[in-house]
Write a protein that binds this ligand. Structure first.
Ligand code: FES
Length: 73
């Protein structure tokens, strides 16, 4: 899905950027140019970013559940 028409950025590019460490729309703007011209894509970019961050954190929790939640003694 195309997110930013001005820069030709799709949701896959945003997910890849999140995997490389982008964690805000400002990061995406700096890395991909998202929301740097007309900025009509900012809301959609934020939604894709939030989804990607949520999925990444869920995957991290599944991979190492004991690292994030204290285990009962
Ligand atoms: S659609 Fe993204 S800056 Fe215009």
């Amino acid at each position: 899905m195309i997110v930013c028409l001005c820069k030709g950025v799709n949701d896959h590019s945003i997910r890849d950027a999140v995997a490389r460490g982008c964690a805000s729309v400002s990061d995406l703007r700096r890395e991909l140019g998202v929301a740097s011209q007309c900025a009509k894509c900012a809301r959609c970019a934020r939604e894709v970013l939030d989804d990607a961050l949520t999925e990444m954190r869920a995957a991290e929790l599944q991979a190492a559940p004991g690292m994030f939640c204290p285990q009962p003694a």
